[in-house]
Design a protein around this ligand. Sequence first.
Ligand SMILES: NC(=O)c1ccc[n+]([C@@H]2O[C@H](COP(=O)([O-])OP(=O)(O)OC[C@H]3O[C@@H](n4cnc5c(N)ncnc54)[C@H](OP(=O)(O)O)[C@@H]3O)[C@@H](O)[C@H]2O)c1
Length: 287
Amino acid sequence: MYVIAGATGRVGSAAATHLLAAGARVRVLVRRPSDADAWEAQGAHAWIADLEDRTGLAEALEGCAGFFALLPFDLSADDLDAHADRLIASIASAVIAARVPRVVMLSSGGADLAEGTGPITGLHRLEQALLATGTTVIALRSGHFQEKVSDVIDLARQSSVYPVFAASADVQLPMVATADIGAAVADAFLSPSASSEAVDIIGPGYSERAVAAVLGAALGKELHVALLPEPGWQEALVDAGFRPHVAESLAELYRADEQGLLAPRGDRSMRVHTPIETTIDRVLAAR
Ligand SMILES: NC(=O)c1ccc[n+]([C@@H]2O[C@H](COP(=O)([O-])OP(=O)(O)OC[C@H]3O[C@@H](n4cnc5c(N)ncnc54)[C@H](OP(=O)(O)O)[C@@H]3O)[C@@H](O)[C@H]2O)c1
């Protein structure tokens, strides 16, 4: 039986769906009883648990063959690092208590670095904490999610502007569909590697200008790419409604990206292929 956290989210739901389709027994973790029914109808066992509740989480993990863990961001937290550290301590302690043999973790490019990458430093600490438990850890280090395009759809629809927080919109970066990461999570359980490893998941490469063209075509309008280079990031993020400490953390993440700090440096890499057109169609259909 595999336990899947974040089952109401993008990667967790895709992972659980793939495992169920492969005939595996799946326990999904949800936080609200109202999220349980749809999973039960698909043949999963739904369990109410919060990742911050180490006792409840250990109970949920009891007897499992593997656990999919992620480190959700909470932009309402007063201290992002303290919030991440509470989750990390709880997850690691529950993995020890339930003697979980294998953890597949949603990580990110740059998670090998302890600092200078904004919120990804939490993923570094989660990787380290899980490895210290003695379990086998498969850290799936993703690049940019293709779904981050969702953040700009309203603005693009209303004002035909596609904002880019970078000095250039023409740099090609690999972008991964979360559906592909979910499939990789399922594979990491069903075709397990013998030992811990960090696997870079590399999607097709796109520039932000190319993504803007695909989104514009899907919306039926031409989008104007608006470049926002540093040092305007912090102020623009605060203007967009982020609290100052969150804006600071995101600005550090963008800076790390521009400096190439999020590049793949894992033990091996895996190529995935869903194109951005498919993801944008899915995102628009779901709205
Ligand atoms: N965006 C990127 O480009 C990128 C790149 C690399 C890695 N990542 C990683 O991807 C993660 C997000 O993955 P995603 O997009 O699949 O997630 P998502 O769609 O944002 O959903 C978050 C999931 O986590 C659950 N959750 C939040 N707090 C929880 C808690 N305290 N206890 C239990 N469950 C909790 C949510 O449940 P509810 O429905 O109950 O809220 C939801 O199922 C990020 O946190 C980051 O670490 C992102």
